[in-house]
Ligand binder design. Structure first.
Ligand code: ADP
Ligand code: MG
Length: 218
C-alpha cells in the first residue's frame, strides 16, 4: 500500500473545549489508485490531507506512507519523507514569485533530488506551459498558475499525490482539461492520487470515492 490511514482521530480546541473533526478515519490507497474525497464544507477534508501530508499531527491512530508510519517520525524525518514521497497540491498555488515558471516547476524535484530534465519538459508540454517557461508567475492567469503548481508536484515523481480541490477555482471546461491531464500524468508515473473535490463530475472520474461525514468515512 502507498497509503494506509488507520483509525485516525483529530480534534481542535474551541471556546467550549475540544471539537472533534475526525472520529476514527480509515482508508488505504494502492499504487496507481485514484480516490475522490468529498464531504460538506467543514467536514475535515483538508484536515485529513494535512495529517497525511505530515503538516499536522494526529491525536490517535496511525498513518503509513509506503509502509512507514509517519505518525511516530520526528519532524525532520517526516519533512524528508514528505519531500521524497509525497506531493501536495493545495488551492493556493504557493508559487515562488521570484522564480520563472520553468524554475518553479523544477523546484521540488531539485529539492527531492529527483530532477529529470526530460520528464520536466514533457510535463510542461502536456500542461501547455512550454510557451510560458521564462515568464514569472505574476504574468500568468489563475488557470496557468494552477497548471504550474500541478507540474511542480508531478515533476518530483511523488509516490503519493494529495490534491485539495486542485481545479476548484477554474471554469468548468478548463477544470475538465486540467483534470484529464492530471489523471493521465498520474497514470504515467504510477502514483496514487487522493483528491478532495466538491464536484460529483470530478469524483466520477476517479477510481474510487469516499465521503466524509460526522468525522467518519462513509
Ligand atoms: P473541509 O476542508 O472539509 O472544509 P477542514 O478540515 O478545513 O474542513 O475543517 C474541519 C473543521 O475543523 C472546521 O470546523 C474547521 O473550523 C476546524 N479547523 C480546521 N483547522 C483548524 C485549526 N487549525 N484550528 C482550529 N480549528 C480548525
Ligand atoms: Mg478544505
Amino acid at each position: 500500500m502507498v497509503l494506509t490511514v488507520q483509525d485516525v482521530t483529530k480534534s481542535y480546541s474551541g471556546a467550549d473545549g475540544d471539537v472533534p473533526v475526525l472520529r476514527g478515519v480509515s482508508l488505504s490507497l494502492d499504487r496507481g489508485e485514484t480516490l475522490a474525497l468529498t464531504g460538506e464544507s467543514g467536514s475535515g477534508k483538508s484536515t485529513l490531507l494535512h495529517l497525511i501530508g505530515g503538516l499536522d499531527t494526529v491525536d490517535a491512530g496511525s498513518i503509513f506512507i509506503g509502509g512507514r508510519e509517519i505518525t511516530t517520525l520526528r519532524d525532520t524525518d517526516r519533512a524528508a519523507l514528505r519531500r521524497s514521497d509525497v506531493g501536495v497540491i493545495f488551492q493556493q498555488f504557493n508559487l515562488i514569485p521570484s522564480l520563472t515558471v520553468q524554475a518553479n516547476i523544477a523546484f521540488q524535484a531539485r529539492l527531492a533530488g529527483t530532477f529529470d530534465a526530460d520528464h520536466t519538459a514533457r510535463l510542461s508540454q502536456a500542461l501547455g506551459l512550454t510557451d510560458h517557461s521564462s515568464k514569472y508567475p505574476e504574468a500568468l492567469s489563475g488557470g496557468q498558475q494552477q497548471r504550474v503548481a500541478i507540474a511542480r508536484t508531478l515533476a518530483a515523481r511523488p509516490k503519493l499525490v494529495l490534491a485539495d480541490e486542485p481545479t476548484g477555482n477554474l471554469d468548468e471546461s478548463t477544470a475538465a482539461d486540467v483534470l484529464d491531464q492530471m489523471l493521465a500524468l498520474v497514470r504515467e508515473t504510477g502514483a496514487a492520487l487522493l483528491m478532495v473535490t466538491h464536484s460529483q463530475t470530478v469524483a466520477r472520474r476517479m477510481g474510487r470515492h469516499v465521503h466524509l461525514s460526522q468525522g467518519h468515512v462513509v
